[in-house]
Design a protein around this ligand. Sequence first.
Ligand SMILES: [Cu+2]
Length: 120
Amino acid sequence: MKVKVLLSGVLVMTGSSLLVQAKAHAKESTERIEIVAKRFEYVPQEINVKMGSPVKISLSAKDVDHGLKFSDVDLEMLVKKGETKEVTFTPDKVGDFVGQCSSFCGAGHGTMKLTMHVTE
Ligand SMILES: [Cu+2]
């Protein structure tokens, strides 16, 4: 009886550590896209992502505070001068979406755009 209990304990432990490993692996394989925001452009100006695949979006603000907001996609970021922020985002529809700077940064603020292409 005691042996049985011990054995099932080992099985449970092995099962959960396998699960943890699988999760860690999934995290590592998430694609990361780095975007630099500066007056008055994003580098790169276009990104390509796949519908249903999570991506880590990293946004850095070089010179002043900047933002990135999409009106048709649930993604908005605000970054302070000199800082970097990361969000994990999963595109849920196919198309080309235009994101704009959402933190006023000067004369060219209105022209600061980034296009996200979402494919199947
Ligand atoms: Cu701006």
